[in-house]
Design a protein around this ligand. Structure first.
Ligand SMILES: [Zn+2]
Length: 141
């Protein structure tokens, strides 16, 4: 059977999250929202999970109710993700990093707190005040 086509970020994220650990459908929705800021509907997740099942990429355990089933990758699913990550290497990295904020000036990763500055009507993240100053100087210069 040829590889399933992964044509959008929601699908890519779903597969990526499953490769990290077993997930419930609603956990996948919540995690995509957290990492991308986008709302995902059950209609985008559950039919895709069923499709993955039909390819034998995932199996579900738990009661036969949508919210009670945890999905996990099969060995075939893991091989599929490996092929995918070869093809989408950069996107995979971005997806993982999406949960981190990066300082707009020095590029360091901000896990907590940091410093926000409104520039041209946009709230921009920095690790500290000095980076915000440096960034604004750059902008003017
Ligand atoms: Zn910085």
């Amino acid at each position: 059977m040829p590889d399933m086509e992964i044509k959008n970020m929601v699908k890519l994220f779903t597969v990526l999250l499953l490769s990290e650990k077993e997930q419930y459908g609603y956990e996948i929705m919540k995690e995509i929202k957290k990492r991308t800021g986008k709302n995902v509907s059950p209609g985008q997740i559950y039919p895709f999970l069923r499709q993955l099942e039909s390819y034998n990429y995932v199996e579900a355990r738990g009661r036969k109710e949508r919210d009670k089933q945890a999905y996990y990758l099969t060995p075939e699913g893991r091989r599929f993700v490996k092929r995918l990550s070869g093809r989408f290497g950069t996107i995979f990295e971005i997806a993982i990093k999406a949960r981190l904020t990066v300082c707009a000036h020095c590029g360091c990763e901000i896990y907590k707190g940091g410093y926000k500055e409104m520039i041209n009507g946009k709230s921009i993240n920095f690790c500290c005040k000095n980076c915000a100053k440096g960034y604004m100087r750059m902008d003017l210069g």
